[in-house]
Design a protein around this ligand. Sequence first.
Ligand code: AMP
Length: 139
Amino acid sequence: MDYDPDNIFAKILRGEIPSTRVYEDDETLVFMDIMPRVDGHLLVIPKTPCRNLLDASEGQLSAVIATTQKMARAVMKAFDAQGVTVQQFNESAGGQEVYHLHFHVLPRHDGVKPRAPGQMGDMDAIATHAEKIRAALEG
Ligand code: AMP
């Protein structure tokens, strides 16, 4: 399968559509999921193109995993979480909907189930959650 340069995360990387960004470095970008399953649900992507785990280079994977760990620690702190769920889907049959490699990071609390998928979040609440994560990264 080829990489589609017009996928929605490629457009976010190019600044063609808006996103609520929380972190970036030379190789990775982190922004809030617009349909958050839990408060603080974010996405980690490489800045360079690849569809998913199946075609990613070792360099892309190591950069994305390092940032995913950084974000896992940040959301634990920002949301006083008891755990973190990391999810990653590959191809349609594997549950993937956007074909640019991404890892979901979800802060978790005992006994709190994630919301159903596919529900648009409140953008003001998402902005507040992003600010908490930025503060945790700085603190
Ligand atoms: P999946 O490919 O199954 O991991 O799902 C793609 C994820 O991207 C879903 O959780 C969507 O809510 C999220 N998503 C789709 N469009 C956007 C967008 N424009 N900004 C932020 N997150 C998005």
